[in-house]
Design a protein around this ligand. Sequence first.
Ligand code: ADP
Length: 294
Amino acid sequence: MPRVRLLLCFAASRDSSTLTHRQGTRLLELVNLSRRFGETLAVTEVSVTVGDGEMIGIIGRSGAGKSTLLRLINRLIEPTEGRILCDGIDVTGLRGRPLRAWRARTAMIFQQFNLVNRLDVLTNVMCGRLYHMPAHRVLLKWFTPAERALAIRALDRLGLAEVAMNRADALSGGQQQRVAIARALVQQPGILLADEPIASLDPLNARLVMDALADINRRDGITVLTNLHTLDAARTYCRRIIGMAAGRIVFDGAPEALTETVLRDIYGSAGQEALDERIAATSLPAAALAAWAS
Ligand code: ADP
């Protein structure tokens, strides 16, 4: 496929007014995907197909490979083996601009929010446009009125317009995660990858964040893949659940099919203790944004 067509394909706008949601059609295909870190097989021969507009919860014990899987999809890390196809196009070998376009299309949300603390909320949200901006505007930190308006609309949608000018670190954890979601929204992604988005939040804020993700999935047709440390959240919000254990997919189906036997396959014999476990914080690639903001 010519390079220009590839770029256009990945950079396609997905805001609600130009929605090309094709629920049910194949969007993403992971083919025998593996990632090894030294002796550790973090992800092993994962093959799975994701339909456009799905909201999928990925569950499993700490160390099961959930975070690595999302980072592989976003190309934050490279696979040792296997391929990732999107709309039939192999994205595994992308470099340069097409890779930037792919990362723009696959927005990530992290457990620790990844905001630039000393910047105001609005600027943090506008940072979601960085992938789409030419280098000179990134260097000058020059956002257009249209980008500002997009960010304000996203904040308003998440109930945060009033704190737009506050410093990011003045907000509660739940508010910060919703700012991170607003930032992901202005990226206008086709796929939203959320890595333990509610693991650091109290139950009320966890619900607000999951409601926001579900709303984005439903209304904008954005495909959501989210790692979740509680079974409850996965059952409540996701019609499809993928269970991982030791880097492999050991379950892929509806929440109703999560029997005790299946849960033992996913969480092992540690039972309730394993189901309740808290997963360690993910390593956050915030350095680039922080450097940009200094
Ligand atoms: P989960 O998200 O399910 O907790 P991870 O994907 O974070 O699991 O980790 C899967 C395995 O890969 C773990 O054994 C973890 O220690 C290892 N791992 C993940 N990232 C790295 C890394 N950057 N370097 C070395 N080992 C890693």
